[in-house]
Design a protein around this ligand. Structure first.
Ligand SMILES: [Zn+2]
Ligand SMILES: [Zn+2]
Length: 95
């Protein structure tokens, strides 16, 4: 009977391992999805409205974005980047 018990334990162990592996695989696909979402992220112009949301800015190959309506520019992940569009200029003067 001791053998049966250890067999059961081994099966339990294996099942747990498979469950953990499946969970890890799921987490990996989720991460990949997140990465993809980051790659084709949409940067929106804070000054222009399109429909009931902010207007998506046009992605440039150099990694920055420009608004076709007001000329506002932005580089995601670079908060120190200063935009020189008219609206940002007004904002800076007011501050
Ligand atoms: Zn704009
Ligand atoms: Zn701007």
């Amino acid at each position: 009977m001791a053998e049966d018990f250890s067999q059961q334990e081994a099966e339990k162990f294996l099942k747990t391992r498979i469950r953990l592996q499946k969970a890890a695989a799921k987490a990996r696909t989720l991460k990949a999805k997140e990465r993809k979402a980051q790659n084709d992220q949409i940067v929106r112009c804070p000054y222009c409205i399109l429909g009931n949301e902010f207007r998506p800015m046009l992605p440039r190959p150099q990694g920055w974005f420009i608004c076709r309506k007001c000329g506002h520019t932005a580089i995601p992940g670079k908060p120190e980047f200063k935009c020189f569009c008219q609206k940002c200029g007004n904002l800076n003067r007011a501050a």
